[in-house]
Design a protein around this ligand. Structure first.
Ligand code: IPD
Ligand code: CA
Ligand code: CA
Length: 266
């Protein structure tokens, strides 16, 4: 695919994410308890997640028929060299409780490498995007990560996995350490938004474990295009399938990694 084609495709995907984001937002007031299905422990899904995904898949199929799909709600599953990685509604728990913070996350990969990413947050009308070789953007504005190289002056974001396993104890000691050694730790409830806030310089870093490729593919790419660094908890590149991610402004990656490894490697 040529550069300009990828740029145009990314722009089309931003329009799609905006449309879907607005329709999800319209549903916020209509969601009832009986619309919420628990697909795993504390892991919820609604007709809104599924309908959004179906519409996204249909539109992406017409925009770029060569690509397959990896999607959270499994309304389409096809393996090809080009793949759309989709989370139609990242932040379902917020959504069902009426908390106005959730997003639509869509990435395009070529042979496992992300080449475009779009994250749209409808409540603030913020669309974050980037494509291979581009800068990262928020609406029409170019983004850059923050240049703070000091954990003590940093604001960090995290999230907590649905399955509470034996790692959680270590994770809590990491959280306490970071609460004591930074400006604070936030938990917004949408990993895709957490990531793009790192790209925008709002947070210096984000870390979480137990995430899936659809939670992070678009956001991690946007962080990198904004000048940030993304690794797994060991400092390697297996953050998409490895279910461990640390995304930072790059300047404070090493300092944060020392804390992550101190608490999470035992
Ligand atoms: C969740 C959100 C949340 C994170 C969870 C994710 P979902 O995605 O990204 O911030 O902490 O681990 O599963 O289920 O709302 O799409
Ligand atoms: Ca998600
Ligand atoms: Ca989701």
């Amino acid at each position: 695919m040529k550069d300009f084609e990828l740029k145009l495709l990314t722009k089309e995907v931003t329009e799609l994410a905006r449309t879907i984001g607005h329709s999800i937002k319209q549903e916020t007031a209509k969601i009832k308890d009986q619309d919420v299905v628990e697909k795993g422990k504390s892991n919820f899904v609604t007709y809104v997640d599924k309908a959004a995904e179906e519409t996204i898949v249909e539109k992406l199929r017409s925009l770029f028929p060569e690509a397959g799909f990896l999607t959270e709600e499994k309304t389409a599953q096809e393996k090809k060299d080009y793949m759309w990685i989709i989370d139609p509604l990242d932040g379902t728990t917020n959504f069902i409780h009426g908390v106005p913070l959730f997003s639509v996350s869509i990435a395009l990969q070529r042979k496992g490498e992300t080449i475009a990413g779009v994250v749209y947050e409808p409540n603030l009308d913020e669309c974050f995007y980037a494509w291979e070789g581009s800068k990262a953007y928020l609406n029409d504005k170019e983004l850059e990560v923050s240049d703070s190289d000091n954990l003590a002056d940093s604001l960090i974001a995290t999230g907590f996995p649905y399955s509470k396993d034996q790692k959680l104890k270590n994770y809590m000691s990491l959280l306490q350490d970071l609460l004591e050694s930074s400006h604070g730790v936030r938990r917004l409830g949408s990993a895709a938004v957490d990531l793009v806030y790192v790209a925008a310089g709002r947070y210096e870093a984000f870390y979480e474990y137990g995430l899936n490729p659809w939670d992070i593919a678009a956001g991690a790419f946007i962080v990198q295009q904004a000048g940030g660094k993304v690794t797994d908890f060991k400092g390697g590149s297996n953050y998409a399938d490895g279910k461990e991610i640390v995304a930072t402004n790059a300047a404070m990656h090493n300092e944060l990694m020392k804390k992550v490894q101190k608490h999470m490697s035992s």
